[in-house]
Design a protein around this ligand. Sequence first.
Ligand code: ADP
Ligand code: MG
Length: 396
Amino acid sequence: MPKKTIEDIEVKGKKILLRADFNVPLNINTGAISNDSRIRASLPTIKYLVDHKSRIILCSHLGRPKGKVVENLRMAPIAQRLSQLMNLPVSTASDCIGQEVASKVGALKEGEILILENLRFHPEEEANDADFARKLASLADIYVNDAFGTAHRAHASTVGVAKYLPAVAGFLMKRELEVMEKLLHNPERPLACLIGGAKVSDKIELLQNMLRRVDMLLVGGGTAATFLKTQGYEVGHSLIENDKLSLARELVQAAKECEVSFLLPIDVLVAEEIKAGVPTRIVPTTDIPSGSHIVDIGPQSIELFCSELKKCRTIMWNGPMGIYEIPRFAQGTRSIASFLSTLNAITIIGGGSSAEVVQEMGLTDKMTHVSTGGGASLRFLEGVTLPGVKVLLDNK
Ligand code: ADP
Ligand code: MG
């Protein structure tokens, strides 16, 4: 672990500003929390701080209020759920900086928890405004970042505050970093990267960075279409990024040079329109009808991918194999998820959508690690130093 964590610093009696990721999905009609796994993921750090008698000042953003107070994006429901999960009182504040907050912090006793109001009610949060960061920091003695999912953004609460306080990682941040660091620098081999998702342009940096580290690259989803096209196949109306064709070609060439096996689907599910209920067909990739879209990988590709993945000891998966939001087009994604869950290998799920599928299928506990940060894990595996990680104290 390259960064200091809460275990490396004295927290007893201290006021801890804990940046968590409580950006949970809310039901559009009722405003109720529809999935509390992000709150649950932050419990180990909060429990540790309670047990070690810290004064805990939690902060997070929720939704996209764009710098204004939005009533249905207040943190009260989060405080309520957290209180249930911790079986402890959690108090709230009407803002995240200012006099009222300061006096509430002043009244906190050891082991007590206060949650600040939505950080993004202030435009200064996303602007990483120095004065705002200083005001946030002035509430506490120590800053703990456990919001891995927001670590790729340089905001006041993820980067700015670290200038004014000793900054360390929480347990969730630690776990995410350990898994990803090992994946990049010291993986159990063979190592496979399975990439899907909508667009090559979203994944090209990931593919480029991972190419020299992996033993096997497998590409499905919409991303595969651009690669299939570089191989000279007809891909019908599938989304092709013509400006990425030469990069895709170079990648295939580089894979050959590095002796990385590079696998594309051998058959696909096609439809003439992308909507539920339309007729579909399974065709070999050599024979994609010109009027159709690729909407999923086909059964032979599933079999091929699984038999290759079976040889690996580490598998990183980012991006669904098809347009899984439409159940008829979800077979590839779901089969891969089920298959990975049965393996003895180290399985790491890195994307937002891929993680969602795994979670919805109830397979989270059967994977080694399902990242809580889709965008952040993608950036990390592209080789980018995440700004919210960079500012944490080095573990020397
Ligand atoms: P993740 O969030 O797992 O990183 P992405 O955000 O890159 O994944 O991509 C998710 C999207 O990719 C989904 O909305 C899915 O519908 C889309 N997708 C998958 N396969 C295809 C395809 N063949 N054509 C178009 N879109 C696709
Ligand atoms: Mg996504």
